[in-house]
Design a protein around this ligand. Structure first.
Ligand SMILES: Cc1ncc(COP(=O)(O)O)c(C=O)c1O
Length: 475
């Protein structure tokens, strides 16, 4: 029998912002001993709603009702939302804060809204001509093989290309045998967590951390230890405390132009982190989604360079070539790769073989470095413009100044809630992403993430003026 959990959420009218606060965060994080069976908004007049949460029975582990409580705030006026969790979903899905972004993106998909909330690379910089020539070549050469099943580890010539690029760019002795092709680097996060985590195991995360990783890992029901980032990387004191007090199976970090902060680890910090991990069984998971996108064109040495035995790197062609091809990879020591390969085979047999061949043909008949130079020239201009406009128009905010990548984070003036900025932003046709979902241990209500890769300079200028209007109206 379902029983109301009115002690957690009283049936009173909340503003949308308070609804998020009270239900989406307070309930999720602090009163998470209840699993919501049915959550609905009895009333929604466009300004707020009256939530009623029903729990079928208390549960002891962290049930995260995020998924189900977000939607009532977004239903059109007067419509009643009912989420009937009548199916016996596994506990792991209740750990996934998955729909938060989906809903925000849906709200900001209105073409009149200038969106800095998403995370897309620039569509204008995808080399459609080069890729269509490569596709034609593959079809003209051996289409029957190209369209056949293939091996789990991936198209060997592509793995050799990736290994050779590590050797050339970073001077690390990678071989094709250490590379596993995946369906985007996002799949690495899922499969890596799948082979390492039992429920309750600990994972170390940057604070703030990449939301896609939080989502992927959450499905395996870990406990997170968050290590704050400063401008040089993970705080060494907090990192060493984590290693002493709450040893983690792996630490997940993005040393190059982190998402969401834009922070890049200094070389010294990379060494320091590697030193702390040496001789332990903790793996450093190095997500290198943005390592090719430094505005100065210079690569930074990966942590794996200082920790070859227990570091893995995930990489991706999404930001340098085309995200829709969904080609990424894991570069890992031979002790890890067989387990990863087994999980990959069970998940999908192999990544799209046709796309792997098209991509390889493209990479070997075009100059990738030259293409990347074009991308970083554009992103660096857009990033500088966004930073300058913050400084000129919104001096009360502080912001990170990325050396590369696609994102920066801004900190709001004291007392201003990121959800308010998001909601007022939507009204004034500019979307930013509230920082809270990037914080595994709560917080981030005074931060917003902005993407600078997918809006041209004209849009950035107009969008930042709109944002300045939002901030001054709310301050
Ligand atoms: C830090 C980071 N890692 C991984 C990914 C996943 O990218 P993909 O699966 O396209 O390689 C993203 C996507 O934006 C990202 O920002």
């Amino acid at each position: 029998m379902s029983k109301p959990i009115r002690s957690a959420v009283r049936p009173q009218k909340f503003s949308d912002e308070r609804f998020y606060d009270r239900v989406g965060f307070l309930l999720c994080r602090k009163v998470a001993s209840f699993r919501p069976a049915v959550i609905h908004a009895d009333h929604h007049d466009g300004m707020g709603c009256t939530p009623t949460c029903l729990a079928d029975r208390p549960v002891t582990s962290r049930g995260i009702p995020f998924l189900y409580v977000e939607r009532p705030t977004l239903v059109p006026s007067g419509r009643r939302f009912v989420s009937t969790m009548t199916f016996a979903f596994a506990r792991r899905i209740q750990h996934a804060p998955a729909s938060f972004l989906g809903e925000l993106f849906r709200v900001s998909s209105d073409p009149s809204i200038i969106s800095f909330a998403g995370g897309l690379p620039s569509s204008a910089l995808i080399d459609t001509g080069g890729l269509s020539d490569a596709a034609r070549d593959v079809f003209d050469t051996d289409p029957r093989t190209a369209l056949q099943y293939s091996t789990t580890d991936g198209y060997r010539p592509l793995r050799e290309y990736i290994a050779a690029r590590y050797r050339k760019r970073l001077g690390i002795p990678a071989t094709a045998d250490e590379i596993q092709i995946t369906n985007g680097s996002q799949q690495c996060l899922d499969l890596f967590a799948k082979i390492f985590l039992n429920p309750g195991d600990r994972v170390g995360m940057e604070r703030p951390g990449y939301l896609g990783a939080i989502e992927a890992f959450s499905l395996y029901e870990p406990e997170f230890t968050a290590v704050p980032l400063d401008h040089e990387g993970p705080d060494p004191g907090a990192f060493s405390k984590m290693m002493r007090e709450t040893p983690v199976k792996f630490f997940y970090g993005i040393p190059n132009s982190q998402n969401p902060s834009g922070c890049t680890y200094s070389q010294d910090r990379r060494r320091e982190i590697a030193e702390m991990l040496k001789g332990t069984s903790t793996v450093f998971y190095e997500d290198d989604a943005f390592g090719e996108l430094f505005f100065d064109g210079k690569p930074r040495l990966p942590v794996k360079r200082f920790l070859p035995g227990n570091a893995v790197i995930s990489g991706s062609f999404s930001k340098t070539t085309a995200p829709g091809m969904r080609i990424g990879w894991l570069y890992a020591p031979p002790e890890i790769l067989p387990a990863f390969n087994t999980a990959k085979q069970a998940a999908d047999l192999h990544s799209n073989f046709l796309c792997q061949q098209i991509l390889h043909r493209y990479l070997t008949t075009n100059d990738l470095d030259c293409h990347i130079r074009k991308i970083i020239a554009v992103y660096s201009r857009q990033c500088r413009l966004m930073c300058d406009l913050f400084d000129d128009l919104m001096p009360a905010l502080s912001h990170t100044t990325p050396e590369g990548g696609m994102f920066l984070t801004a900190t709001l003036p004291a007392g201003l809630h990121a959800m308010k900025v998001f909601e007022e932003g939507i009204r004034q046709k500019v979307a930013v992403l509230p920082g809270m979902p990037f914080f595994v241990d709560g917080g981030g209500t005074d931060t917003i993430r902005l993407n600078f890769s997918n809006a041209d300079e004209e849009k950035i200028t107009e969008g930042m003026h709109r944002l300045a209007g939002v901030i001054s109206g709310l301050s």
